[in-house]
Ligand binder design. Structure first.
Ligand code: LGS
Length: 457
C-alpha cells in the first residue's frame, strides 16, 4: 500500500532551481525590429500553407516590447530561473560578420532586468530560428556552419558571460533535423533522407565548436538540451523489440551518444542505409566536448511497434485507457523517472536540468472574470500534469539522479511553431487580441510549490 505523502515527502535538494522556459521566435514578435535579419521561421511562416490558420510570429506575445512586464510577472510568481533563447539574426543579421548592437542590447537589458529581480538566466543560443541568410548558404547542410555558430556564440559569450552563468548550445537537435530536414513540417521544410543525417551531424559539430569556444571565452557552465521520449514495446514480439531499439537510438541516442560517448548508435546505419555517411575521425573529437550539464525536455512516452513507416519502420500505439493532452500526447509521468534513471545508467553522473516539461490543454481565448471581479483561468488538467511530473522527478532524485532544476514549458501561451496559436502551453494565459496576461490557476499553484521548495506537491 502506498503511503499518503507527508509534509516533507517532496522536499527537493538544496539549490534545486525552479523556473520556466520560452524561446525567442515563439514569444518575441517584431522579428525585423532594430535592424534584425529574417530567420528561417519568419520566412517559413510567410510561405502559404506552412502554418496552421496562416499564423505567423510577427506579433506573438509582443515580448520584444513587453519584456519588462513579463519579468515583473515572473518575479510576482516567485520564479528563480528563466530559460529563454536568443535570436541569432537579431545579433548577426547576415548570420556572420556584422554585429547588430541593438539586437545585443535587447538581450543585455533583459538579462539585467532578470538579475535585478533575482532571477537566474539560462540562455539557449539556438532554438530553431536560423538566420535566413545562412539558409541561403546551405544552412545546416553546410559544414562551415560549425564555424558560423561558434562565431555567433563567441559574440554572446563576450557580451553576457559575466552575467549569464548557464548556457545551452542547441535546443533539441532531433526536432531540427526530423522536422526541418526529414519530414518537412518545420522550417526550412525539407524532406530528405539524405539531408537529415548531414544536418544532424553538422548540428553536433556546431555544438562542439560552440563548447570549445566557451572554454576559451566563458567561465561558467554550458550544456546541450535534448528531447527524450522513452520507448516501450507494444508487445513482447522480437519485431517490436527491434522497433523499440531503432526508435530509441534515433530519437534518444542520436545526439547524446556522440556528445557524451564519442560515437553514434549503430542502429542509425540500419535506419538510413546508404544515406548514413562515414564521418571523419576528427569530427568526433570536435563533437565530444566536456559538458557541465545536460538539459532534458520531456513531454510524453511512446508505445512502439514494428510498422511500415519511412524511414524507421515503427509505429506508435494509442493507449485506450491513456490520458492525452490537446496535442495528442499521452500523459505518462513514470516515463520521466524511467528516462532519468536510464540517463544516469548510460551516461554517468552528469548534472541534469529538466529544461522543458508541460502540456497544452484547452484554455479559452479570453480569461473569465470571476465573481470577485478578478480574471481567472481554471486549468486543473495542467496542474495535475505538472504535479505528477514533478513527483516523477522527485522519484528519480530519490533513485540517485542528479537533477538540478525544472523549467516549466512555458511561461506564456505562445506560437507553437507550425501549429500556430492553436495550442496553449502557458502557465500564464495570453489574450492575443489585447496581449493581456493572466496567470492561470496552474501558475498560482506552481508559485506555491516554489515557495515550499516542493513540499506542497
Ligand atoms: O514549444 C515547443 C514545445 C512544445 O512541445 C518547444 O519550442 C520545443 O522545444 C519542444 O519541442 N516542445 C514540445 N515538444 C513535445 C514533443 C512531443 C512529440 C510527441 C509526438 C508523439 C506522437
Amino acid at each position: 500500500m502506498s503511503q499518503a505523502p507527508g509534509p516533507d515527502t517532496f522536499a527537493f535538494p538544496k539549490g534545486f532551481l525552479w523556473g520556466a522556459a520560452t524561446a525567442a521566435h515563439q514569444i518575441e514578435g517584431s522579428p525585423l525590429a532594430d535592424g534584425a535579419g529574417p530567420s528561417i521561421w519568419t520566412r517559413f511562416a510567410h510561405t502559404p500553407g506552412m502554418m496552421l490558420n496562416g499564423d505567423t510570429g510577427d506579433v506573438a506575445c509582443d515580448h520584444y516590447n513587453r519584456w519588462k512586464d513579463d519579468v515583473k510577472l515572473m518575479r510576482e510568481l516567485g520564479l528563480q530561473a528563466y530559460r529563454f533563447s536568443v535570436s541569432w539574426s537579431r545579433i548577426l543579421p547576415e548570420g556572420t560578420g556584422r554585429v547588430n548592437q541593438k539586437g545585443l542590447d535587447f538581450y543585455s537589458r533583459l538579462v539585467d532586468e532578470l538579475l535585478n529581480n533575482g532571477i537566474e538566466p539560462l540562455l539557449t543560443l539556438y532554438h530553431w530560428d536560423l538566420p535566413a541568410a545562412l539558409d541561403d548558404r546551405g544552412g545546416w547542410l553546410n559544414r562551415d556552419i560549425a564555424d558560423w555558430f561558434a562565431e555567433y556564440a563567441g559574440v554572446m559569450y563576450r557580451e553576457l558571460d559575466g552575467r549569464v552563468k548557464k548556457w545551452v548550445t542547441l535546443n533539441e537537435p532531433w526536432v531540427v533535423t526530423d522536422g526541418g530536414y526529414l519530414h518537412g513540417a518545420l522550417a526550412p521544410g525539407h524532406r530528405s533522407k539524405f539531408e537529415a543525417p548531414i544536418a544532424s551531424h553538422n548540428l553536433m559539430r556546431a555544438h562542439g565548436a560552440a563548447v570549445k569556444a566557451y572554454r576559451e571565452l566563458g567561465r561558467h557552465e554550458i550544456g546541450l538540451v535534448v528531447n527524450i521520449e522513452p520507448k516501450y514495446p507494444a508487445t513482447d514480439s522480437s519485431d517490436d523489440a527491434a522497433a523499440v531499439r531503432r526508435a530509441h537510438a534515433y530519437m534518444n541516442e542520436q545526439y547524446l551518444h556522440p556528445a557524451l560517448l564519442g560515437h553514434y548508435p549503430p542502429e542509425l546505419k540500419e535506419i538510413f542505409g546508404n544515406a548514413w555517411p562515414e564521418w571523419p575521425a576528427e569530427d568526433y573529437e570536435l563533437i565530444q566536448q566536456k559538458l557541465d550539464f545536460v538539459g532534458i525536455n520531456y513531454y510524453t512516452r511512446s508505445v512502439t511497434k514494428a510498422a511500415e513507416s519511412y524511414p524507421l519502420n515503427t509505429g506508435v500505439v494509442r493507449q485506450p485507457l491513456g490520458t492525452y493532452t490537446e496535442t495528442g500526447w499521452e500523459v505518462f509521468p513514470q516515463g520521466l523517472t524511467d528516462l532519468l534513471v536510464w540517463f544516469k545508467q548510460t551516461y554517468g553522473d552528469l548534472p541534469v536540468y529538466i529544461t522543458e516539461n508541460g502540456a497544452a490543454f484547452f484554455d479559452p481565448p479570453t480569461a473569465m472574470v470571476d465573481d470577485d471581479g478578478k480574471r481567472r483561468v481554471k486549468d486543473p488538467l495542467r496542474t495535475d500534469y505538472l504535479r505528477k511530473h514533478l513527483r516523477a522527478i522527485h522519484d528519480a532524485i530519490d533513485a540517485g539522479v542528479d537533477v538540478r532544476g525544472y523549467m516549466l514549458w512555458s511561461l506564456l501561451d505562445n506560437l507553437e511553431w507550425s501549429l500556430g496559436y492553436s495550442k496553449r502551453f502557458g502557465m500564464i494565459h495570453v489574450n492575443y487580441g489585447t496581449q493581456e496576461r493572466t496567470p492561470k490557476d496552474s501558475a498560482l499553484w506552481y508559485s506555491r510549490v516554489i515557495q515550499s521548495h516542493g513540499r506542497s506537491l
